[in-house]
Design a protein around this ligand. Structure first.
Ligand code: OAD
Length: 259
């Protein structure tokens, strides 16, 4: 275990490739609640009541109230030094860098990240709960009926179909293209014989498949780091663990302290 003051920058020179996986902990210092632990979102609102397809079928207004609160909370905060450092690392590394987030808060994009996979979707997009139209930008805050509904379904005579947040709920598959971007980025490093680095930040490592990426990366020869406030259950899977706050640790790991 390394303490934040003892952190030395990752070996990112020349050909090295870096995949960064972030979770709710990276946005905690911006002022957003994490999911697990005391005061976590899932303590106040049980997952099965607000984040499953069955919950939406049962009580779409309750689910929308939860996500409207998430939208309001995310809209009220700014990216922090850890988000900005990752955006800067992308500018410096280009194609050798990929950021994969489990967060739906939009703060990585707000910080300027573009080589970004939003694995669990985004609070700031909606999609139809019935038809297959692609997700689209949506910044409304529904709290009670009438809930927003799909204009295409109405136009096609299919009646009222509620819109839903374009986030991945428990029991739903991730987008196959997103997963391919992650595995493709990791495997290409091996093909190119480039040093591969994997860094996870602010995630408890409890939700799959994101929690399995560290082992996949290690099997492809990656050296793996975890930067987290507390030591999570899957800390054993990493070569290096830094216990500390993301805003302190991430800029240092990226060699961007005070950039
Ligand atoms: P969790 O809430 O499970 O874990 C957040 C982690 O961040 C914890 O291990 C904290 O110790 C750590 N942490 C808190 N503050 C930090 C800070 N300032 N710096 C660094 N680390 C800090 O959140 P996730 O792992 O992101 O999925 O949760 C994964 C998924 O579970 C979420 O995407 C969400 C949730 O259910 C869906 O909704 C599908």
């Amino acid at each position: 275990m390394t303490r934040p003051d003892d952190v030395t920058p990752l070996p990112l020179a020349e050909t090295a490739r870096l995949l960064v996986l972030t979770g709710a902990g990276i946005s905690a210092e911006s002022g957003l609640a994490t999911f697990r632990g005391g005061g976590g979102l899932w303590e106040a609102e049980p997952v099965e009541e607000v984040a499953t397809p069955a919950a939406f079928a049962r009580d779409p207004a309750r689910v929308w109230r939860f996500y409207s609160q998430r939208r309001a909370a995310a809209n009220a905060v700014r990216p922090n030094a850890a988000h900005f450092a990752l955006a800067e690392a992308e500018r410096r590394m280009g194609e050798r860098f990929l950021l994969v987030t489990q967060n739906v808060d939009g703060l990585h994009a707000a910080a300027g990240s573009e080589r970004l996979v939003e694995l669990h979707g985004s609070l700031w997009r909606a999609r139809c709960s019935r038809c297959g139209r692609p997700p689209f930008p949506d910044r409304r805050y529904p709290v009670e009926p009438p809930l927003p509904s799909c204009d295409r379904c109405a136009a096609d005579g299919r009646g009222v179909a509620y819109l839903r947040p374009a986030v991945v709920w428990f029991g739903e598959p991730l987008d196959a293209g997103d997963q391919y971007r992650v595995t493709g980025f990791l495997s290409r490093g091996r093909l190119e014989h480039a040093p591969l680095l994997f860094l996870a930040v602010g995630t408890s490592g409890t939700v799959y498949p994101a929690a399995a990426y560290v082992r996949y990366a290690a099997e492809l020869g990656a050296t793996t780091w975890l930067a987290n406030l507390e030591r999570p259950d899957n800390a054993w899977a990493f070569d290096h663990v830094v216990e500390g706050a993301a805003t302190q640790v991430v800029p240092r790991l990226l060699g961007l302290d005070g950039f």
